[in-house]
Every structure is written in structure tokens, then in C-alpha cells.
Design a protein around this ligand. Structure first.
Ligand code: 2AM
Ligand code: CA
Length: 259
């Protein structure tokens, strides 16, 4: 895969990851967003600012959709849009846990063309270009093992504000906890979806994500021949928030019975 824009995305994802580790050594100034559990730190903001500056310096004609809203113009005015999550798994990051990632996707006319998810702690770089295959640290990844729910480990995050869906989701989770090998709550959508792509997990389920949580991982998982749908089995728009069923294709039909 030779493309200078993709190489650039990999390079800034790695620098941003290193920044997150260095800045974490300073005392955290914690703020909340929509609720007491929706956290943001100066590190999320600084890393996003770094990414936005780098991208615009190199590609002033591109738009940016970022979790912290650093880029002020509407991404809808641009043909090429970078979708960035400076820290996916902020709660883990704040609580000194090691499972978080920098997520960067590139979309052209609303279609995801490249995604990178970088775990700076494990130094694992997941990436994929559309129709170019998916890679972990330069090695091609392909999801070719066949599973059943009984053989699966499934990750989820159970928060959601709509009580009806909460009820439905708990039914889903109770059913899957009973029938699968186990449920995990690892709390980085981007990284968990990449874990599905390499078979560390068999599914990732979330009732509501924002575009920046999943856009990069969606390309990676799809290029690894994994499945990405919403909870009503619809195809997901890369640019918009959605519920998420990301899974090994061999368990998809069985998984739908739980929704
Ligand atoms: P974040 O860490 O960037 O906020 C948590 O299991 C996963 O869901 C993370 O990827 C988290 O992204 C995402 N998420 C999306 N909306 C969220 C919210 N309102 N509260 C907590 N996590 C949220
Ligand atoms: Ca996120």
C-alpha cells in the first residue's frame, strides 16, 4: 500500500500516541462533558490540536471531524475529511489503565478510504486502506477462523441513555453472557473492533457510538473480512453516530437472534 497521505496518517498517529504517554506524566486536569462519566482531559484536547495542526499544514483543503471539536468549520463543506479521536478510551486513560488508542480515519465523499488505530502502550498499529487489506504492525490480518457464539468472547459497553434500549440491551447482554464464553467491558470501541479483526475478541457491541469512535476501526475490520452493522442489521454511515455490531462474520447470523 503506497500512498503518501496514508503514510502521513500512520506517522501522526504514532507521534500522537507518544504524546499521550508523555503528557500523562503531568497532573491531569479533568473536565466532564455531557455527564459525570463523560470525561475529557487537556491531553485529549492537546493531542487533537496537534493532529489538526499537522493535517491542515499538509492538507489545507481537507476538513476535520474530531471528538473535541477543534476544527470549527462543518466537515460537510469538504470532499476529503479526517475523522479523529485523539484518545479513544478516555475513562481508561484517566484511570491509568492501558487500553486506549488514537484513531484516525480518512473519508472521501462520505466513504471511508483509510483507517489507523494506534495503541501506544502495546505499540500496536492497526491500519487499512479500502480494498488494500488490513495490517497490524505491517503484517496482513485476515479473519478466517470460524466460530459459534458458544466459542466466542464478546466485548460491550452497556451505557445508554434511552431506557427502552437499555432494557433491550440488557436482554441482549444477559443472553450472550449465558451462551458465550464470556463478556468483557474493555471500553475502547476503536481498539475492541481491531481486536475483533485479529480474533482476540469475536464481537464488539455498543448501543451508541459517535463516528470518531468507529470510523477507522470499521475500515480495518471490514478489510480483515469482519462484519460491521448497526443493531438493526443496517450498513453504517462512516460519518454519523450509530449503534454497533462488529463481529467475526461466522457468528453474525447467530448474534442477530439476541437483538
Ligand atoms: P471515548 O473514550 O473517546 O469517550 C466506551 O466503552 C467506548 O464508547 C469508548 O470508545 C468511548 O469513547 C465511547 N463512547 C461514546 N460515547 C460515550 C459516552 N457518552 N460515554 C462514554 N463513552 C462513550
Ligand atoms: Ca472515542
Amino acid at each position: 500500500m503506497k500512498n503518501e497521505m496514508y503514510d502521513f496518517a500512520l506517522e501522526i498517529a504514532k507521534i500522537a500516541g507518544k504524546m499521550s504517554i508523555d503528557l500523562r506524566k503531568e497532573p491531569l486536569k479533568l473536565e466532564t462533558k455531557r455527564s459525570h462519566a463523560d470525561l475529557v482531559t487537556f491531553i485529549d484536547k492537546e493531542v487533537e490540536q496537534f493532529l489538526v495542526n499537522k493535517i491542515l499544514e499538509r492538507y489545507p483543503q481537507h476538513g476535520i471531524l474530531g471528538e473535541e471539536g477543534t476544527f470549527k468549520e462543518s466537515y460537510k463543506n469538504f470532499e476529503t475529511v479526517w475523522i479523529i479521536d485523539p484518545i479513544d478510551g478516555t475513562t481508561n486513560f484517566v484511570h491509568q489503565q492501558q487500553h486506549y488508542a488514537i484513531s484516525i480515519a480518512i473519508a472521501k465523499n462520505g466513504i471511508g478510504i483509510f483507517g489507523v488505530v494506534y495503541d501506544p502502550i502495546k505499540d500496536e498499529l492497526f491500519y487499512a486502506g479500502k480494498d488494500d487489506g488490513a495490517y497490524l504492525n505491517g503484517n496482513k490480518i485476515i479473519l478466517d477462523d470460524k466460530k459459534t457464539i458458544r466459542e466466542s468472547v464478546i466485548s460491550t459497553c452497556m451505557f445508554w441513555e434511552d431506557p427502552n434500549t437499555k432494557e433491550n440491551l440488557s436482554k441482549t447482554i444477559i443472553g450472550l453472557a449465558r451462551d458465550s464464553r464470556g463478556i468483557r467491558m474493555m471500553s475502547s470501541a476503536a481498539l475492541d473492533m481491531c481486536y475483533v479483526a485479529i480474533g482476540r475478541l469475536d464481537a464488539y457491541i455498543n448501543p451508541r457510538l459517535q463516528a470518531w469512535d468507529f470510523s477507522a476501526a470499521k475500515i480495518i475490520l471490514e478489510e480483515a473480512e469482519g462484519f460491521v452493522r448497526d443493531h438493526k442489521a443496517n450498513i453504517i454511515n462512516t460519518m454519523e453516530g450509530s449503534s454497533m455490531i462488529a463481529c467475526n462474520p461466522s457468528i453474525y447470523e447467530e448474534l442477530l437472534n439476541y437483538f
